[in-house]
Design a protein around this ligand. Structure first.
Ligand SMILES: [Zn+2]
Ligand SMILES: [Zn+2]
Length: 223
């Protein structure tokens, strides 16, 4: 899929053996907030420079891959080209990413919602599909619950800096109708990609206000 090469004999249905080698699966040590790996001598997990200024409203964060090369192609296929077929490969990656399954086990997975208009246009919410992949990767030892709703249709945020995004996003999310929080439960916000962390932060604020005490985030990619 990424290189249009023949997919044969590897572990994936949509990535060939060569692309499989180019996949950057995140290893420790990595940033404890966004999951971005540290390269070089760093011995233990700590915050990356970006996350030092994020004021994260969630505890920890973890990601499976870096959003480059074939990894980027998988996410783009899913997000922009109705490529739900890549989900089976994504589950394989989630199962094999170091520490990823342990991190998911026992959590309630809360997908970052799309605005209903956008979801209707795309016909699915990729974060919901990825949350389902997470649940599959741990053989059902985590459950997906759509506890959040997107109440403001924020336009594409990519052209704004972080401060402006945060302002726009502040009131974009709310608890879904009838959704409740059990303070004894661990919640994991699920998004496709960790970029600035602003979206995850706004969602985390809503869940915190609703009473979530143990709240972490998980993404498939970091980009
Ligand atoms: Zn290939
Ligand atoms: Zn970070």
């Amino acid at each position: 899929m990424h290189c249009a090469g023949l997919v044969e004999g590897g572990r994936f249905r949509h990535l060939c053996v060569r692309c499989e080698k180019l996949l950057h699966v995140v290893q420790a040590p990595h940033c404890t907030t966004c999951g971005h790996p540290f390269f070089g001598e760093m011995a233990e997990n700590r915050l990356c420079p970006h996350c030092e200024t994020l004021e994260a409203r969630f505890g920890e964060g973890k990601t499976a891959i870096l959003l480059q090369g074939p990894g980027r192609s998988l996410v783009h296929a899913l997000k922009y080209h109705k490529g739900q077929h890549v989900l089976e490969d994504i589950v394989v990656i989630m199962r094999e990413a170091p520490g990823y399954s342990d991190y998911l086990c026992g959590a309630v997975l809360v997908p970052v919602p799309l605005h209903p208009h956008k979801e209707r246009a795309r016909s699915y919410n990729q974060s919901r599909l990825l949350a389902d992949c997470c649940a599959q990767a741990v053989d059902g030892q985590a459950e997906v619950r759509e506890l959040l709703a997107r109440v403001v249709n924020t336009e594409s945020q990519t052209r704004y800096d972080r401060e402006t995004r945060q302002e726009n996003l502040k009131n974009a999310f709310a608890m879904a109708n009838g959704a409740t929080i059990n303070p004894a439960q661990r919640y994991l916000l699920v998004d496709d990609v960790f970029t600035t962390g602003s979206t995850l932060n706004s969602c985390a604020s809503v869940l915190r206000r609703a009473g979530a005490l143990t709240l972490d985030v998980v993404t498939f990619g970091h980009g």
